[in-house]
Design a binder for this molecule. Structure first.
Ligand SMILES: N#Cc1c[nH]c2ncccc12
Length: 352
């Protein structure tokens, strides 16, 4: 139908990636019509590109009910956005566009869990060869990176132009971006919340030792232009995994060793290193922690919650690495088996 013609049309364009500087510069003097005109083309381009890749998925995954459901969500959202193509801009249209973006964001909120369910359905019904596993790993990385970037575009538009009062209106946030994101406060938040889960599960938790190393301005707080929710997501995951390692390795002792966070600001990189002496993991196993197939295990039913591990190595690590890479950073694990693990989140110092 003409949807597939439109798919061909929009998938011919390449996505136009936006840097954090571009988001900030636009957000300093935001124009809703400009944003609308950009997004009503850019969002269909990004959806069409990823939908083309979904259709290239290994048949056995694409045929699973869950992967099929995700595909239908994308098709529906693509159609929703096409209604705005070539329309005369008016205040009414701008309001409808915002409402459509919110509907699209809600429609896709469970994409990660649903795709994980699809991977499970695949594993349970078909033998998975190495080639299939590699293509699924490559595809899911691209699907989730694309989803991160699309949700960033939607969030910036709805936060800058949406009706719900920008609760941080008096603060200097630019949409979901904090131009002066205080890294230590995010580290402490992520630690405290991971510690709460750790205490619930192990009835104890490692202390946090935090050190700052501000190369050019010692004692000045280390700040970065970043999306606080992305940074929190990554650090929460790392703290959960570190705490699990420490408690499993030292749980039988009176006291357990602390988790250490070293935060450094250089000329190009901001680094947050989370170190534990939780016994580490063999080098050969590190890659598996980022593998979607390996880390997809049947989710224990909610009723059996006591058996849910603190850190399940679900999709947290691969997704966290995608968040880091989305804004030109990275997330790296360095483990010494029998001793402990360093996990480093690398962020870019912004030239904003
Ligand atoms: N992320 C993370 C980890 C942080 N410490 C770890 N120890 C064993 C396995 C994984 C980890």
């Amino acid at each position: 139908r003409n949807i597939s013609k439109m798919l061909d049309h929009f998938s011919q364009y390449n996505p136009s990636p936006l840097s954090i500087k571009q988001f900030i510069d636009f957000g300093r003097n935001p124009c809703e019509r400009t944003s609308f005109t950009f997004l009503r083309k850019e969002l269909p381009v990004r959806l069409a590109n990823i939908m083309k890749e979904i259709h290239l998925l290994p048949e056995n995954l694409l045929r699973t009910p869950s992967a099929n459901l995700v595909n239908q969500w994308y098709a529906q959202s693509f159609k929703d956005l096409l209604k705005f193509k070539d329309l005369e801009v008016s205040d009414k249209i701008l309001t409808q566009f915002c409402e459509s973006l919110i509907m699209i964001r809600n429609r896709h909120s469970d994409t990660v869990q649903t795709m994980a369910q699809g991977v499970l359905e695949l594993k349970e019904n078909y033998p998975v060869d190495q080639q299939t596993e590699n293509s699924i790993q490559y595809f899911l990385d691209r699907l989730y990176m694309s989803r991160i970037s699309i949700r960033m575009l939607i969030n910036q538009h709805t936060l800058l132009f949406g009706t719900d009062l920008n609760v941080t209106s008096n603060s200097r946030h630019v949409g979901s971006i904090d131009p002066n994101c205080d890294v230590v406060s995010i580290v402490r938040d992520a630690y405290e919340n991971a510690r709460f889960l750790c205490d619930q599960y192990y009835l104890a938790s490692p202390e946090l030792q935090l050190f700052e190393h501000n190369r050019n301005m010692p004692n000045a707080p280390i700040q970065v232009v970043y999306v606080p929710s992305h940074l929190y997501h990554m650090l929460f995951e790392l703290f959960k995994n570190s705490m699990r390692a420490v408690m499993e390795f030292h749980g039988d002792k009176e006291t357990v060793p602390p988790v250490v966070a070293n935060i450094s600001l250089g000329n190009e990189d901001v680094c947050i290193k989370v170190s534990d002496i939780g016994g580490g993991i063999a080098r050969s196993q590190i890659e598996l922690l980022f593998n979607y197939m390996y880390s997809t295990a049947p989710q224990p039913s909610k009723s059996a919650s006591p058996t849910v591990p603190l850190a399940g190595y679900g999709y947290g690590l691969p997704l966290s690495r995608l968040y880091a890479r989305y804004l030109q950073g990275d997330l790296v694990l360095q483990s010494c088996e029998g001793f402990g693990t360093d996990a480093v989140v690398y962020l870019k110092v912004s030239q904003v």
